[in-house]
Design a protein around this ligand. Structure first.
Ligand code: PMP
Length: 397
């Protein structure tokens, strides 16, 4: 197993979650729709789990939680479901330029279906320009969807302000909270959010489960039609073991988030400080303070992020260049380009994301090997200026 510093892409499932789930695979396996006692047991597990997820975000009603198969599905349900429901009111949707690929592609789909989509730009730190957002709203606008935080550069968005602007203009507001849900507590009674996407794995629960928080009174159309489960908004037999695991993960996170975040922030700050001081021509992408407590996203001049990842792989350190969901394309990151970086700058990126099981020793290893890797790649790169090569060689002497 590598030194794993790619928690944004995937997280291990907490053993406490696995043990809670196990019984629902074999002993308590019944379908909650069945009328017998075993079905009742499964129904009880669903009720309890819905309560735990509601508590996690302080949702006032358990019926505000719709279980889905993933964050991607929750995003589809929120955007397509609300667009279809409100198409008589208007056909304009606003997202940001730096949304997760799932939101970007749903927006493109809706454009093909006749909706108009505006994309709000961000500043150099990857934070939404609020005044631009406000100007984009018109009498056709039915929905604003902006993530709580960038899953890539870690910038935190002014969600409270965005939700207040949407509420003032009577426009629905959806936020994808996947990147922040395990590190920034969110209270839907304090922030006027209409819909919020949650994922189980991002809080150390199993994959294959997600949820959409849907504020009471907000009407959307289903995108999966069938037996009418989840208030008719998401048909299909419920994934009871997965939902139980998701709920247990939320319960643990609620109890541990405060201490976990203190630990993550201190490790993140050490990593940032050490990398910037040990590697010449290195920069931090995203905002220095308004960033996810577990995110350290760097940029190094004159080298490619992919070569860095492969060299780190040789040293058994697992990192990423950016979002895992877009890592197979050769295009530079849309987030970095929106922040104003040049293509060649955007290509030299490296993302470390930390998590519950990251140890100081893991960081020490990354900090120890990274400067040498960057130096070796730069000495091979035709882009490295002679002054920097000279500097590197002088240090060698
Ligand atoms: N939104 C964000 C911000 C994400 O980072 C991800 C990927 N973890 C998703 C949505 C999609 O999640 P999934 O692939 O689990 O559906």
């Amino acid at each position: 197993m590598s030194i794993y510093l790619d928690y944004q892409a995937a997280k291990p499932v907490d053993v406490r979650v696995v043990s809670e789930m196990t019984i629902y695979f074999n002993n308590k396996f019944a379908n909650p729709s069945s009328l017998h006692c075993d079905g009742d047991e499964a129904t009880d597990a669903l009720i309890e789990s819905r309560q735990k997820i509601a508590d996690f975000i302080n949702a006032p009603n358990t019926s505000d939680i719709i279980f889905t198969s993933s964050a991607t599905e929750s995003n589809n349900l929120a955007l397509i479901g609300s667009a279809m429901r409100n198409k008589k009111k208007g056909n304009h949707i606003i997202i940001s330029e730096i949304e997760h690929i799932s939101i970007l592609n749903i927006a493109k789909y809706l454009e093909r279906e006749g909706f108009k989509v505006s994309r709000v730009p961000v500043d150099q730190f990857g934070i939404i320009k609020l005044e631009k957002l406000e100007k984009l709203i018109n009498d056709q606008t039915i929905l604003i969807s902006i993530s709580t935080a960038s899953n890539e550069v870690g910038s935190l968005q002014p969600i409270k302000e965005i939700s207040e602007i949407a509420a003032k203009k009577n426009v629905l507001f959806h936020t994808d909270a996947v990147a922040s849900e395990g590190v920034i507590p969110i209270d839907v009674q304090k922030v006027p959010i209409d819909m919020m996407t949650l994922s189980s794995n991002d809080i150390y629960g199993p994959r294959g489960v997600g949820a959409l928080y849907l504020k009471k009174g907000v009407r959307i159309n289903p995108i999966i039609i069938g037996g009418g489960q989840e208030r008719g908004l998401r048909s299909g037999s419920e994934n009871v073991p997965g939902i139980v695991g998701f709920a247990k993960a939320a319960e643990i996170m609620r109890e541990e988030i405060k201490t976990e975040v203190i630990r993550l922030k201190s490790m993140r700050d050490k990593l940032i400080q050490e990398v910037l001081s040990r590697v010449p021509n290195s920069y931090l992408n995203g905002h220095p303070e308004k960033r996810l407590p577990n995110n350290a996203h760097f940029r190094f001049d004159y080298i490619e992020g992919e070569s860095l990842i492969l060299s780190l792989k040789d040293q058994k350190v697992a990192a990423a260049t950016g979002s895992a969901c877009s890592s197979k394309t050769l295009e530079p990151s849309h987030t970095l380009i929106s922040m104003g970086l040049l293509h060649e700058e955007a290509h030299g990126s490296l993302l470390f994301t930390l998590g519950r099981f990251t140890k100081e020793a893991d960081l020490d290893k990354a900090i120890e090997v990274l400067p040498g890797i960057v130096k070796r790649l730069r000495l091979l790169s035709p882009l490295t200026p002679p002054e920097l090569i000279k500097k590197y060689n002088e240090v060698n002497d």
